[in-house]
Ligand binder design. Structure first.
Ligand code: HSE
Length: 411
C-alpha cells in the first residue's frame, strides 16, 4: 500500500480526498494533509491534518507528495524538498512547473525522482500521458487547444447567452474554475504556462515564456463580439505549438473560430486539444478543463503512472524557433486610430474606422507582437487571431524590428 501526503486542502485537495473516499479499493492511503491555516471551514475528514508540511515531506514512509496549493513559489520549495527526500511529486500547478522547468528537470536527474503534471494541462484530458506514450513517435505537425476553462466559460456565456463579461467571470469563480486571482485566466497567462508545458512534453524544448506571445480576453468589447458575430464566428482563447523548420514556436491568442472548426462547439469549462500528426492525421480530445473533480481525476491518473515506471522526454532535439520567423494574421482593435507605422504589420488586409472603433487585420511578426504587448494592453486593444499564419525566413529587416524594445514604442 503506497502512502501519500497531500499539501493543500483547497478546491483541488478536497476533490482528491472525495475521489479517494469514493474508491476505497485503491492501493493508496493518504497519510496526512498539510494546510496553511487551521480553523477555516473545510469538509470533515479522518485524515490527520497538520500545518507543518515538513511532517509529510520528511516522513520516510510517504512515497509520494501531491502538491495542491496555489502559491507557485511555496509549491516549488515543497516539490524540491520532496524530490530531495526521495519522493515523486504530483502537481496541478502549471505556473510552478512552467516557470521552474529547468530547475525541476535538473533535480529529477540528480534525485531519480519525477514531477508528474498531467493535471496542470487540459484538466481531465490525459494529454501529457498521451504525449509521453501514444504520440511519442508520431511526427507532430501542430498542437492547438482550448486550455483555459474559465475564459472559455466566460466566452461561452457572452456568445451563447449574451451575459456580460463580469457576471460570467463571477460565475466561473463561484463554480471553482478560476484561479484564485482570475486575471491569470483572462489575461492568457494560465494558457501561456500550459502552452510551454505542451511544447516541452511534445518536443522536449524549454521555450522561454517571454518568447511565447500571449494575449487575453479581458479587453474584448461589444464591437469585437459584434464583428465576430457578423462573420458567423465565435472567439476562443487558443494556444498553438508549432514545429517549424527553425524549431518550435508557440503563441496564445484569442482566435476567431468558424462553425466548421471543432472548437466552435466547445463550451463552458470544457477544454479541447487538437493533435495534428503526420501519420495519424487530426485528433481531438475534449473534456472538462477545470473544477475540483476533473482535476482530482487527472492527479489520480498521475498517481497510477507514478507507481509504474515512466520515461522522461528527450530534451532539446528540435530547437526553438525565433519568433521573428512566424507571422500571424490578427485583428487588432483600438478606440483610437491605429497606424500601421506603429503596429508594423507586414501586410494589412482589412481595416475599418469610425469615431470609437478602429481595427486592422493583417499579418504581423510574433516578435513584433511580443514587443507591442505592453503598448496594446495599456491602450486596452483587442487582439484576435484569424487562424492564418505563415512561416518565413528571418530577413535582416525583421531582425531590425525584433530589436525594437518597449522603449522604442510610441506612448
Ligand atoms: N483556472 C484554470 C482554468 C483551472 O480555468 O482552466 C484549470 O487549470
Amino acid at each position: 500500500m503506497k502512502k501519500i501526503g497531500i499539501i493543500g486542502y483547497g478546491c483541488v485537495g478536497q476533490g482528491l480526498v472525495r475521489y479517494f473516499a469514493q474508491q476505497p479499493h485503491l492501493p493508496y492511503t493518504i497519510a496526512g494533509i498539510a494546510v496553511k491555516r487551521v480553523g477555516i471551514p473545510r469538509p470533515e475528514t479522518s485524515i490527520p491534518i497538520t500545518t507543518n508540511p515538513e511532517v509529510l515531506l520528511e516522513d520516510p514512509e510517504i512515497d509520494l507528495i501531491v502538491e495542491a496549493i496555489d502559491d507557485a513559489t511555496a509549491a516549488l520549495a515543497y516539490a524540491e524538498a520532496a524530490l530531495r527526500n526521495g519522493k515523486d511529486v504530483i502537481t496541478a500547478n502549471k505556473k510552478m512547473v512552467a516557470t521552474s522547468l529547468r530547475q525541476l528537470l535538473a533535480l529529477q536527474t540528480t534525485t531519480g525522482r519525477r514531477v508528474w503534471f498531467e493535471a496542470a494541462v487540459g484538466g481531465s484530458i490525459p494529454i501529457i500521458t498521451l504525449l509521453d506514450g501514444y504520440y511519442k513517435d508520431e511526427p507532430l505537425m501542430r498542437i492547438r487547444g482550448i486550455l483555459n476553462g474559465t475564459s472559455n466559460y466566460v466566452l461561452t456565456k457572452i456568445f451563447n447567452e449574451k451575459l456580460d463579461y463580469n457576471r460570467a467571470l463571477r460565475q466561473a469563480q463561484q463554480l471553482g474554475f478560476a484561479e484564485s486571482d482570475p486575471t491569470a485566466d483572462v489575461s492568457g497567462k494560465d494558457a501561456w504556462y500550459k502552452s510551454k508545458l505542451l511544447a516541452y512534453q511534445a518536443f522536449g524544448v524549454d521555450i522561454a515564456l517571454d518568447n511565447i506571445f500571449h494575449y487575453g480576453i479581458e479587453y474584448l468589447t461589444h464591437d469585437d463580439i459584434q464583428y465576430a458575430r457578423s462573420k458567423n464566428k465565435r472567439i476562443k482563447l487558443v494556444p498553438i505549438v508549432l514545429p517549424t523548420q527553425q524549431g518550435i514556436a508557440s503563441w496564445v491568442v484569442p482566435h476567431f473560430i468558424d462553425e466548421n472548426d471543432p472548437f466552435y462547439a466547445i463550451d463552458n469549462e470544457y477544454n479541447s486539444i487538437e493533435i495534428d500528426g503526420q501519420f495519424l492525421g487530426k485528433q481531438h480530445l475534449t473534456g472538462k478543463g477545470a473544477g475540483a473533480l476533473p482535476t482530482a481525476g487527472a492527479l489520480f491518473g498521475d498517481l497510477q503512472r507514478a507507481t509504474r515506471s515512466g520515461t522522461l522526454p528527450e530534451y532539446g532535439t528540435p530547437g526553438i524557433a525565433d519568433p521573428a520567423s512566424i507571422a500571424v494574421e490578427v485583428y487588432i482593435r483600438d478606440r483610437h486610430v491605429l497606424s500601421n507605422d506603429v503596429l508594423a504589420f507586414d501586410h494589412v488586409r482589412e481595416g475599418y474606422l469610425d469615431d470609437h472603433y478602429h481595427y486592422l487585420i493583417g499579418h504581423i511578426g510574433l516578435d513584433r507582437l511580443i514587443a507591442l504587448k505592453p503598448w496594446l494592453e495599456k491602450r486596452r486593444c483587442t487582439v484576435v487571431a484569424t487562424g492564418h499564419y505563415i512561416q518565413k525566413d528571418v530577413q535582416p529587416q525583421r531582425a531590425h524590428a525584433r530589436t525594437l524594445g518597449a522603449a522604442a514604442l510610441p506612448h
